[in-house]
Ligand binder design. Sequence first.
Ligand SMILES: *Cc1c(COP(=O)(O)O)cnc(C)c1O
Length: 352
Amino acid sequence: MRTEVLIGRMPRTHLAGLPTPLEYAPRLTQVLGGPRIWLKRDDLTGLAMGGNKARKLEFIMAQALAEGADVVITGAGKQSNHCRLTAAAARKLGLGCVLLLTGDAPTGSVSGNLLLDTILGAQIRYVGDVLWWELEPLLERTFVELTRAGRKPFAIPPGGSTPVGSTGYVNAVVEMCGQMHEQGFAADYVVCACGSAGTQAGLVVGAKSLSAGFKVLGFSVALSKAQAHQRILALAEQTAELLGADCGVKDDDVQVLDEYIGEGYGIPSTGGLEAIGLVAQTEGVLLDPVYTGKAMAGLIGTLRAGGFKKTDELVFLHTGGVPALFAYEDSFTTLGAPMSPVSLEPEVFTTG
Ligand SMILES: *Cc1c(COP(=O)(O)O)cnc(C)c1O
């Protein structure tokens, strides 16, 4: 059965403004002097400042509604885009939202995603020194507590990386294939950031089941290469099974690197900050310091190391995260000079 039909059988709520644009990035391409680079603008999915989680939540929240939930629980770091979008999705559907955020309660003002969580009226609980991939038992405990209090909770794992959530990215491949056809090109690579792995897993299943002809190249921002690989593969297999897509995901369909994490998850890297400056100053497009800046640093590093052919077509999936910029203002002021990584001579730019 066709992938579109398989996806069409899944319960879904309308949360994202789709399709998102797929735009050629001529100046970025020219400055890097290599393969053509396109930006898939999932930062523009629309829900409460957008991002990739909106696609996953369209399917996850439908599952929550089908199970009669009146409150959703999820968790991650304080600057989690997933938490912001889950809070927004819950509010839009008339549900409550409890967020378990790692670290301690901030003493001063709140900024970035945490500010938006507050405005969205999420019930925020700080859980102290836990990493986001260790939150599962705390989510379960909160689930039990809310059930005992007479609520109907629905727990969403960090990042919304379940087979149901990944379906949103299988669907994104359907969307991209149509756009590439319209714009007269075929991607050789789709490049993305990999956090909790659901996005890449969905892309892999989409690429396989539609025989889309591109490789998916992920840059991990948290997990080691081995951990990320294992997660993506397992989730891709489960997603294919859920959909009934008999596409035979194999080990070498999963390509993920961990060399651009820098000092750790949520800690800006020099390469990531430079990539943010470069894309802003060539395309007027903002990336974020936690995910997309590091993934773009990975794309640039791979390109410079000769990892792509000059004739390749690269689609960079902009997964969003831009609100987090406002919680990282110090990283940019201290970086100063590296923020202008290209000599912006007007004559360099001959195409528009
Ligand atoms: C969550 C997130 C990702 C990573 O997606 P996963 O499905 O968790 O791997 C990438 N970019 C941004 C901005 C995100 O918020």
